[in-house]
Design a protein around this ligand. Structure first.
Ligand code: 5AD
Ligand code: SF4
Length: 460
């Protein structure tokens, strides 16, 4: 969401004559767009801002702005701690950024804008695409959250749930496609609630509209709260060809006792039922999740239940976080805090378990043919542990299940200098690595004779 918001800031400021530069020393304006989800992210903001003080001393005309969730949370306290900051603007002030910067330019005194509103202000959103934004783009469809999980700061810093109008979303995606986008990820804290308050269309209806936008190859979304995952949304994976076969379904814990204390409003059993339903409709769907380890009161047994859930679901990938206290979040006042070394141990055990599962899942894909959206040239790969035939990897993209796939055009009928960025290619997987897959393009004629198998496409 911050990536999308930062893009909005850049587009608004471009209309005001600002352009991006490649180093802080060259800048007349520096904006730090901040994240408050965990304590560590917040600490990073303050150390970054601290480093800017000497730059400001050398160049007093430099404007330093702080936006996003930490700005929303801390407000004018940021000015007390960092007197060289000129502007603090919260999550609901992004659409007014141009005016706020102008105010600082004219008045040359600090400005704080952290009021929150009940409705989303789309009037200043720049729907037009910017330059070089890549093949895959984020589009925020709603802001805020009404769920109040007890560990989470989001409802306090992003406010109540509010949805954007479907026509504006579609218009924005059409313009993105016109400027080279082939994939969009629709963003919201809980996309299942999209449009409910405002009596707009439902999320599955929005998905269907987006999937029919001409020129768009793929659609993804995140995040879906397990308690609200509807049968209608599950069916979208059967009905919408362009919807990628990947579902991010954050569970946070495998223990019912902890889920209750987190105020997640589902149990391990109802969560597993939803996973089963998803797999019944779409057997090869990739499923990923978020976990918090060391939530206050999480016993060794609770943690064992988390490990057991991971073994049962066999996720494709996981994000694992150590619990940290957040301002206003009720869990900050819960007793039975878990010591940091215990949190570290649980984090590593969970990551290790997932790594074993990921390797197994990647190996099972060797020999399959995966549809890949090419994102660009692959970064220089560490070649030392690869055999000769894999050493000329050139291109990188993602499979429908969101796995990174690298491939070379050597020994295919593609010209070595053809730009494949944005193309949908069919790649036969030849090698599984821990974080990516490697393969070779399969030519068009072969593609026509493919049959769909459980883990992808097999050549007939
Ligand atoms: N501590 C640790 N992790 C957190 N998350 C949210 N709040 C906290 C917190 N206080 C994690 C959750 C969420 C992800 C975006 O961040 O797992 O799904
Ligand atoms: Fe935070 Fe829970 Fe809302 Fe997700 S659903 S943003 S974890 S309060």
């Amino acid at each position: 969401m911050n990536v999308y918001d930062s893009g909005q800031m850049v587009k608004q400021l471009a209309l005001q004559g600002y352009r991006q530069v490649s180093s802080p020393e060259q800048a007349d304006l520096i904006i730090s767009n901040t994240c408050a989800i965990r304590e560590k992210a917040e600490q990073k903001v303050f150390s970054f801002l601290g480093r800017l003080a000497s730059l400001k001393r050398r160049k007093p005309s430099l404007i330093i702005a702080v936006g996003g969730c930490v700005a929303q949370q801390e407000g004018k306290k940021i000015l007390e701690r960092m007197p060289h900051v000129d502007l603090v603007f919260g999550t609901h002030a992004i659409s007014r950024l141009s005016g706020l910067i102008r105010q600082v330019e004219l008045l040359r005194e600090p400005v704080v804008a952290v009021e929150m509103s009940d409705v989303i202000d789309e009037s200043h959103l720049v729907l037009a695409a910017g330059d070089n934004e890549g093949v895959s783009r984020f589009v925020t469809i709603m802001q805020g959250c009404d769920n109040f999980c007890t560990y989470c700061v989001v409802p306090y810093v992003r406010g109540r749930e509010n949805s954007r109008k479907p026509d504006n979303i579609v218009k924005e995606i059409r313009q993105a496609v016109a400027s080279g986008a082939r994939e969009v990820t629709l963003l919201g804290q809980n996309v299942n609630s999209y449009g409910k308050k405002e009596h707009l269309c439902s999320f599955p209806e929005l998905l269907e509209r987006v999937c029919h936008i001409e020129g768009l190859s793929r659609v993804r979304f995140t995040t879906s709260h397990p308690k609200d995952l509807s049968a209608e949304l599950i069916c979208a994976f059967r009905d919408l060809d362009r919807l990628c076969k990947h579902f991010h379904l954050p569970v946070q814990s495998g223990s019912n006792q902890i889920l209750k204390r987190m105020n997640r409003k589902y149990t391990r059993e109802t969560y597993l039922e939803k996973v089963q339903k998803l797999r019944a409709v779409c057997p090869d769907i990739a499923i990923s999740s978020d976990f918090i380890v060391g939530f206050p009161g999480e016993s060794r047994d609770d943690f064992e239940q988390t490990l057991d859930l991971v073994r049962t679901v066999e996720y494709d990938s996981l994000f694992v976080f150590k619990y940290s206290d957040r301002p206003n979040a009720p869990a900050a006042d819960y007793p039975d805090k878990i010591p940091d070394d215990e949190k570290n141990e649980r984090l590593h055990r969970l990551l290790e378990l997932q790594e074993e599962i990921t390797v197994r899942k990647h190996e099972a894909l060797v020999g399959t043919i995966q549809q890949v959206l090419v994102e660009g040239l692959s970064k220089k790969q560490p070649l030392s542990n690869l055999k000769e035939e894999f050493q000329d990897i050139q291109w990188s993209g993602r499979s429908s299940g969101n796995k990174i796939v690298n491939f070379s055009v050597k020994d295919s009928c593609r010209a070595a200098d053809e730009d494949l960025t944005g193309k949908l290619m069919y790649i036969r997987i030849q090698k599984a690595c821990s974080h990516s897959l490697w393969g070779q393009p399969v030519e068009e004629e072969l593609k026509l004779t493919e049959v769909e198998g459980e883990d992808g496409y097999y050549a007939a």
